[in-house]
Design a protein around this ligand. Structure first.
Ligand code: FES
Length: 185
């Protein structure tokens, strides 16, 4: 069998580990390390900048339009998304909150089978409806005064205004008013 002997010149060649391929591998690893470092620095910087920006919570406005007066029929309209009762008696309007003053459940308006005479703060009034809270049983007279259950305070009344630009009713939740409030349009 014929065997090939290595030439003496080849044996004298200096021994290298990988030659050109090894240098390419090293430079690739260097670049990889640098890339990882830059990514880590960028991540840290982003987190620091993000921590300086406050989390913005978009809450519904506390003063908002609900439509022109002719949109509201005589009697009561419940605005479910605002949890608000808008009452209309001909040209007079007022707004009562549907939020129970105990723990914030939405009260329900209950029509009475027949009118009842009740005395509220020394004044005799005829009631045709009242509000009941389904959560813990609080009950409120028609103008919001609690008479049963754990609710500590009356349902809130809010100021109504007429918008100068388009005549819509505006509810202002930042301005509670007393139970005598009426807006005449
Ligand atoms: S939330 Fe209305 S009675 Fe408790």
């Amino acid at each position: 069998m014929k065997t090939t002997k290595p030439s003496p010149d080849a044996a004298r060649q200096p021994h290298t580990t990988g030659g050109e391929g090894g240098q390419t591998r090293r430079s690739f690893l260097d670049r990889l390390g640098l890339g990882t470092l830059l990514t880590a620095i960028a991540g840290q910087t982003w987190m620091m900048v993000r921590a300086l920006v406050p989390n913005v919570l978009y809450e519904p406005s506390l003063r908002f339009k609900v439509g022109t007066p002719d949109r509201f029929p005589e009697g009561v309209t419940f605005l479910e998304d605002r949890r608000l009762f808008i009452f209309r008696n001909q040209k007079m309007f007022y707004a009562i909150s549907g939020v129970c003053t105990h723990l914030g459940c939405t009260v329900k308006m209950i029509q009475l089978n027949q009118p009842q005479k009740v005395e509220i703060r020394g004044k005799l009034t005829e009631e045709r409806w009242e509000f009941h809270c389904p959560c813990h049983g609080s009950k409120f007279y028609a103008e919001g005064t609690p008479y049963a259950g754990p609710a500590p305070t009356p349902l809130a009344w809010y100021r109504l205004e007429v918008a100068a630009d388009d005549g819509q009713l505006i509810v202002n939740l930042m301005e509670p008013v007393n139970q005598d409030f009426r807006l005449t349009v």
